[in-house]
Every structure is written in structure tokens, then in C-alpha cells.
Design a protein around this ligand. Structure first.
Ligand SMILES: [Zn+2]
Length: 450
């Protein structure tokens, strides 16, 4: 299969950040085989004229809870304990494997329509359900189970020993790792230090190294978390993980809001990957030291987190929020620039999940994972004075017309090619209601219901 995309503004995100004002991309099967200015071959199966459009790498969402997709709106405007114990734990612990599948399908609909083709899940309820949905959708995923071996107030269904948690993950790994032409990988998950013994932390890392995969963990997420670490381990989360010898290049540290400057240096030294989730952080976590991390050379990627903390599972919106919040708290209008944010959402994301050799930039020999953007579709993005800043500050996901992963169209002209959108929306509504009923989750009415 040969596909030619011609006459587009091509934002490559390659090491020299080349941009072609009017470039061509030739895709053969799953790979980009030619890019730039060249005479198109005569034997293409499909030719798309992209005059006036922009092509860039598709997004990598490095921290997102596929199993929480049906919990959108379940925990708005509540404190952390209510959020956790009255809404999210009852919701997640009431899910079936089928719920996990439907939740992930609905999640994939939103990702593909917002131009994201690679995700890292920190810990869902059923790797089996998530994998099934991701394979059908055609995106890439690093899947992990929600893993906890200690902690107060855990639902009964979640009380497991360290051995049980590790054995289940190895079982998932043997079944689903490297399936779907390598698009699905299974990683090890650790929810937080609140719910993990040091034994779990160390043995997870050992096993991840053994299988050549990563560990995804919420690290130094909330102020209360680093205080808990101090009280139980004698020092803050990152220092403790450093002392344990856990910090390494195959760790995704989600949020990482509460780091000292010395701990930023620990991340740099061990090449820990940070998943910055700005919208979610603004709910209750605080401002991560992203400007410092970028300056020090820490690999910072972006993530949406789950629907109960962000509501918008949309990397386009996440770029926009990133472009605002650091300028606001630092009072520095030139801090965290558009080009850095574009890198966080693409090539840094690929690096964070260990796939920078495969995608995250448009280069000959790399996988054809890309999106086609139409800035002329509506008033939102016009006029385009600065093509890079425009993508970060003005683009909406509705400007994304086409999404491709592994050389295969997942969306064309806003129509999904691998999933039945209408059917999934219906199933999503039904399953969301059923989970709440099973988990006895009832939201108080904000206004009198007449
Ligand atoms: Zn999370």
C-alpha cells in the first residue's frame, strides 16, 4: 500500500525541527519512506492533496486512565478524600471486564478524534479489556494494571499481597505484551507510595528490567503524599525512591509536582521521564517545576490524566493549558514556549514510553503516525501568522481532519475508520449508569430537580 500526502506544511519535529512549507510524504505500508521535496511516484494507491493543511506527528498521551472514561463528571468540585473514597474507588472497584473494554473503546474514540495514537495507562482494572479495545481501535498503548499491596480503606476487591499483584502482572504480560504487531505493550504499574510497600516498588522495577519494559507510577503527586513519605519512610517520595535505587530511564513519573531542586537533579541524572498533566494538576495538586525541568534537561512529556481529574481527554487542550499556566505562576511570558510544548506532546512523549526510534517525529524510516490539520475549517485557528504557536494556542481537536497510526487511517474527514462511534457512545452511556448503580454512587443534586 502506497499513500502520498502532498503539498502540506509539514512539521517534522525531527532533531533539527525542519518544517516544509509545501512538502510531500510518501507512506509505504506502515512507514514513511520519503519526506520533503520529491517527485511523487506514479504508482500510488492513494493520493491526498493537502494544500493549505498542516501535517505533524500524532500525539502521545503519556498518562491517562482508560478505565476512568465512564467516570467523567462523577467527582467535580469535591475534596480529595470524597473524590477517592466515595466516588472513584467505588466506581473502579465496581467495574467488570466488559466495562473496562467499553470504557477504553469510548476513550479511544476521544483520543483518535483529538489526534492521539499512543497512550500510557498507569493502572486500569482489566488489562484484558483494555487490550481488546486498543487492538480494535488501532492505537498504540503501554498498558498496566492498577497495583496496590497496602493502604487504608481499600475496597475489599483490591486487597492483594505483593506476590499476587506481581504474579497477575506477569500473567498479563505473557498474554498481551507485544501483541497487535507490537502496538500493545504491558508495563508494570504502581499506583502511589500510599499504596505500595518498598518490596513492591523494588520487585516491580526488577521485573520491568527483566522483561525490557517500564514502570508507570504517580510520583510526588500531592503535598499530602510527600508528607506521608516523610512520616513513613523518613524522607520525601523522590528522595526515598532514589535511595531505593528505583529511579531509572524506564520510569514514567506521573505529575511530579512536589520535587525539590535536588530531586529535579535526581530525575535528570537517572533520566526519569516526567508526565506533566497540567489540567489535572490545577484541580488540587499544584504547579510542577516544568520550566526548571526543561532547563535542566529532564524529559518532560504531556498527559491528560483521567476524566475524573481533568474531564477533557484531549492533548490539544492539554497543550493549550500548558502554554498558559507556567507563564501565569512565574509571571514570565516567554517561559515554556510553543515549540517546547509541541515537543512534549510528540517526540518527548515517544521518548517517555521508550519508542522514540519508532514515532513521535516525521522522518524517513519511522512509522507513519501522523495527523492532518485543517486551519481553514472554521474561525478558531485563523489567521495563521505563526504556524507553530498557532497549533499550541489556537488549534481545537475539531481542526484535526485525519489521524493515522502505523500507516493505517484511524480517522478520515472526521469519520472514524476502525470503530463504530455511534454504537460506542450508546454503550458508554449504558455501562456508566450500570457501574454507578452497582457501586451505589449517587451524586447530590446541585439544583432542585423538578
Ligand atoms: Zn493518574
Amino acid at each position: 500500500m502506497k499513500i502520498l500526502l502532498k503539498n502540506a506544511m509539514v512539521i517534522t519535529m525531527n532533531p533539527t525541527r525542519d518544517v516544509y512549507r509545501s512538502g510531500n510524504i510518501l507512506i509505504e505500508d506502515d512507514k514513511i519512506t520519503k519526506l520533503g521535496h520529491f517527485n511523487p511516484p506514479a504508482d500510488c494507491d492513494e493520493i491526498m492533496d493537502c494544500q493549505g493543511k498542516t501535517i505533524m506527528p500524532s500525539f502521545v498521551n503519556t498518562h491517562t486512565h482508560t478505565s476512568q472514561q465512564l467516570a467523567r463528571g462523577l467527582a467535580d468540585d469535591v475534596d480529595l478524600l470524597t473524590w477517592l473514597r466515595e466516588r472513584i474507588w467505588p466506581y473502579e472497584s465496581s467495574m467488570t471486564e466488559e466495562d473496562s473494554y467499553i470504557s477504553t473503546l469510548l476513550f479511544c474514540v476521544e483520543q483518535i478524534k483529538a489526534g492521539c495514537t499512543s497512550i500510557a495507562e498507569p493502572g486500569g482494572q482489566f488489562v484484558s479489556g483494555m487490550a481488546k479495545a486498543v487492538i480494535e481501535a488501532g492505537i498504540r498503548a503501554k498498558l498496566a494494571k492498577s497495583v496496590m499491596d497496602c493502604g487504608e480503606g481499600l475496597p475489599k476487591a483490591w486487597q492483594h499481597t505483593t506476590d499476587e499483584e506481581l504474579a497477575k502482572q506477569e500473567e498479563d504480560l505473557k498474554k498481551y505484551h507485544n501483541t497487535a504487531d507490537g502496538r500493545v505493550k504491558v508495563w508494570f504499574g504502581i499506583r502511589t507510595i500510599f499504596n505500595a510497600t518498598d518490596e513492591l516498588i523494588l520487585r516491580s522495577k526488577e521485573l520491568a528490567d527483566k522483561y525490557g519494559v517500564g514502570v508507570h507510577m504517580h510520583i510526588a503527586e500531592a503535598k499530602s503524599e510527600v508528607e506521608y513519605a516523610k512520616a513513613t519512610r523518613g524522607c520525601t517520595t523522590v528522595t526515598h525512591l532514589n535511595n531505593l535505587g528505583f529511579l531509572d530511564k524506564n520510569i514514567i513519573a506521573a505529575h511530579s509536582v512536589w520535587l525539590s531542586n535536588e530531586e529535579v537533579e535526581m530525575f535528570r541524572k537517572h533520566d526519569v521521564k516526567v508526565s506533566h498533566n497540567p489540567a489535572s494538576a490545577m484541580r488540587v495538586l499544584g504547579f510542577a517545576k516544568i520550566p526548571r525541568m526543561l532547563r535542566e534537561g529532564v524529559c518532560v512529556a504531556l498527559g491528560t490524566d483521567g476524566t475524573p481529574t481533568n474531564n477533557r481527554m484531549n492533548m490539544v487542550d492539554e497543550m493549550w493549558v500548558t502554554s498558559l499556566i507556567h507563564k501565569g505562576w512565574r509571571l514570565e511570558p516567554d517561559v515554556v514556549k510553543a515549540e517546547e510544548i509541541l515537543a512534549m506532546a510528540t517526540i518527548n512523549g515517544a521518548r517517555a514510553v521508550g519508542d522514540e526510534a519508532l514515532y513521535g517525529s516525521l522522518e524517513e524510516g519511522k512509522k507513519a503516525d501522523l495527523i492532518i490539520i485543517n486551519p481553514n475549517l472554521n474561525a478558531d485557528m485563523l489567521p495563521v501568522h505563526d504556524p507553530i504557536a498557532n497549533l499550541v494556542t489556537s488549534m481545537h481537536s475539531t481542526n484535526i481532519e485525519c489521524t493515522m497510526c502505523d500507516g493505517r487511517w484511524l480517522m478520515k474527514d472526521r469519520i472514524l475508520q476502525t470503530l463504530n462511534e455511534e454504537e460506542i457512545l450508546r454503550a458508554g452511556r449504558e455501562h456508566a449508569a450500570a457501574i454507578c448503580k452497582r457501586g451505589n454512587i449517587v451524586l447530590p443534586d446541585r439544583f432542585p430537580m423538578l
